[in-house]
Design a protein around this ligand. Structure first.
Ligand code: NAP
Length: 272
């Protein structure tokens, strides 16, 4: 049996990739206990911003795997709500073993899809970069205060990047998501240097993953997403969750400062 039960926070867990990360972690760690056994049951903070119904569905799925979930609503762009997310997480879990920074602005399909390039870029920078960096620095400060130096296993923090961010992609999407996710990935690599060996920090960088945008996109992008993967298909949220489960696994104590791409292997033969 694992030394300490999982205590996880997954931000943006009301849909898509975040939901499958929570479910994947619950599946991986559910066998260590059950909700009936408080002491060993895995516990989750299922964080969301607006999509309460989606968050409730995630929580139900996690609970069915033997874990104990709690919903926490917070707009991470609001400093006070960010702080409340932190406080409520600590109140429910104690110091988490596992923190996954998955929340990101949806500027492709949601309420912001018709905004200008500049407005979308600002939202992405505010949510994915500024809010995420501030939140993760606060989490690290709390861990540093609460966890004895050298604790084994160390807690882990995982960020979500984008496989094409380091080299770039043409078009407005590339010019928005490229600098935003490159900043997230660079921050993760930098903070990993500061906090080892007491905290592990890794990045999972998904490629073309079939969430809301992938479900509704046109034939060109559908074909392009398939061609650009050696596996000749879209990635799924479950594919991303598998990589997050790997880097976040408390037993994976030698894994820090890593970036794992989840794109089925980039096809250099069929770039577009
Ligand atoms: N799908 C892809 O192909 C792909 C590729 C590379 C990277 N990613 C990244 O993977 C992550 C998840 O993407 P996804 O496709 O699963 O998107 P999604 O289904 O739109 O999920 C985004 C999540 O973030 C939350 N969120 C958005 N703005 C927020 C805010 N201001 N405060 C708090 N929470 C907020 C949403 O909450 P509510 O809905 O409850 O408001 C939702 O739970 C994002 O960081 C995204 O950039 C996705």
């Amino acid at each position: 049996m694992q030394a300490c039960p999982l205590r996880a926070v997954v931000t943006g867990a009301s849909s898509g990739i975040g939901r499958q990360i929570a479910i994947g972690l619950a599946r991986q760690h559910g066998s260590y206990g059950s909700a009936a056994d408080e002491a060993v049951a895995a516990k989750f903070v299922i964080h969301f911003r607006k999509n309460l119904r989606g968050a409730e569905e995630t929580a139900a799925a996690v609970e069915s795997l033997g874990a104990t979930p709690r919903l926490v609503q917070a707009d991470i762009c609001q400093p006070q709500q960010r702080r409340r997310l932190l406080d409520e997480s600590w109140d429910f879990l104690g110091p988490p073993t596992t923190w996954v920074n998955n929340a990101g602005a949806d500027v492709l399909t949601g309420e912001f899809q018709h905004e200008t390039f500049g407005e979308k870029l600002r939202r992405l920078i505010e949510t994915d970069v500024l809010a995420t960096i501030d939140l993760s620095r606060q989490v690290i400060r709390c861990w540093t205060d609460d966890i004895p130096s050298g604790q084994t296993p160390p807690p882990s923090m995982t960020f979500i990047g984008w496989d094409q961010a380091p080299l770039g992609m043409e078009g407005d999407a590339g010019q928005m998501f490229g600098p935003v996710k490159a900043a997230v990935m660079a921050f993760a690599n930098s903070v990993a240097q500061d906090v080892g060996p007491n905290i592990r920090v890794n990045t999972v960088a998904p490629g073309w993953i079939k969430t809301a945008w992938g479900e509704t996109t046109d034939a060109y992008w559908d074909g392009r997403a398939r061609r650009q993967s050696l596996m000749n298909r879209w990635g799924t949220p479950e594919d991303v969750a598998r990589a997050v489960c790997y880097v976040a696994d408390p037993d994976n104590t030698f894994c820090s400062g890593q970036t794992i791409q989840v794109n089925g292997g980039w096809s250099r033969t069929h770039p577009r």
